[in-house]
Design a protein around this ligand. Structure first.
Ligand code: C5P
Length: 329
């Protein structure tokens, strides 16, 4: 019996995010390139009777009941594996809350792996990945980490080769953005209704769930990642990668949060190679040449006072992994 397990899972940024019109289930077909970065969620899972959650670090005011994705992850694993044991979860959060960096998804991924180890469910990595996809579109990537292309809702992953380490400066806002609200703003900008029908002609609706869709918001093609971005990741050259950062949700995020324009401008003035809103925002990721350059960009951006916090991180980093397993004596 294992009485205590500690698991760490990373946050992510999207190097590219292409969005198609919404499917009948309300989700948007995506083509995205994820990179896991060195901001982490740590989950300690200890044997207990019920399922409880305590939150440390960021997000002390987040709910700790079944509306929290970590609690839902533990409950889903318990139901699926048929174990009748409980867990006391302690979550220490580094990833910004509602920041477009999939912090909640990393909590769920870390919890799945921690409870799997604690309870000895015998489920394989693949079955855990299926449960992850049930919990949310970004949860499978938090399990696998490193660099991956995401299609479907962002949950169908293809690992991507990447050379070198990239240095990022993150501008974190005090107040998060709601992901569904940003997708709704995207639909409104492109004249799309929630079921994918184009109000203003020309954009075909997506097929059934699982399909990448018959059209993208920008044209008749399904969204896809530019092969030049995949080559850039093999170059290990941040100057090459900088040319390929792109995000279809940046405009809608800017519409909801116009101040993000100041953050992007500040990153440019600070000498960042390029800057992009991460996922649905509002975190902005600015690419630097190397660690000293990142420190310098961060210093200038801090002085510009455009964000609640300026952090430096690196990527890619591994997905959810066990840090410590305490065995009963
Ligand atoms: O899967 P997850 O719970 O993380 O998604 C949160 C919300 O973001 C969804 O309910 C949906 O409104 C929006 N979303 C979307 N298309 C995606 C992923 C998320 O519309 N591919």
């Amino acid at each position: 019996m294992t009485p205590k397990v500690q698991v760490r899972a990373p946050g992510k940024i999207n190097l590219a995010l292409h969005v198609g019109p919404p499917r009948p289930d309300g989700y948007h077909p995506l083509a995205t390139l994820f990179q896991a970065v060195s901001l982490y969620e740590d989950v300690v899972a200890e044997a207990a009777d019920g399922v409880t959650l305590t939150i440390r670090g960021r997000g002390a005011d987040l709910p700790t009941d079944a509306s929290n994705l970590a609690v839902r992850a533990a409950q889903l694993l318990r139901e699926t594996s048929g174990v009748d044991r409980g867990v006391a979860l302690t979550l220490t959060k580094e990833v910004p809350v509602a920041g477009g960096m999939a912090g909640g998804s990393a909590d769920a991924a870390a919890t799945l792996l921690a409870c799997d180890q604690l309870w000895g469910t015998g489920l394989g990595r693949e079955e855990l990945a299926e449960l992850a996809a049930e919990l949310g579109a970004d949860v499978p990537f938090a399990l696998t980490g490193l660099s991956a292309m995401g299609t479907g809702r962002g949950d169908l992953l293809t690992p991507v080769m990447s050379r070198g380490t990239y240095h990022w400066v993150l501008a974190v806002q005090g107040e998060g953005l709601s992901t569904p609200a940003v997708f709704r703003a995207f639909d409104a900008m492109h004249g799309l209704s929630a079921d994918g029908a184009a109000r203003a002609g020309g954009v075909a609706a997506a097929d059934d769930a699982g399909s990448a869709g018959a059209g993208s918001a920008g044209g008749a093609e399904a969204p896809r990642v530019d092969p030049a971005l995949l080559s850039a990741l093999l170059s290990a050259d941040p100057l090459v990668l900088a040319r390929h950062l792109t995000n279809d949700l940046q405009e809608p995020a800017l519409e909801l949060r116009p101040e993000l324009g100041d953050v992007l401008a500040a990153a440019d003035r600070a000498g960042a190679l390029a800057a992009v809103v991460s996922g649905s925002g509002p975190t902005v990721a600015a690419l630097a040449l190397d660690a000293p350059h990142a420190a310098s960009v961060a210093g200038v951006m801090r002085a510009a006072e455009v964000a609640a916090e300026i952090l430096t991180v690196t990527g890619p980093v591994p997905g959810a992994r066990v840090l410590e397993r305490v065995h009963a004596r």
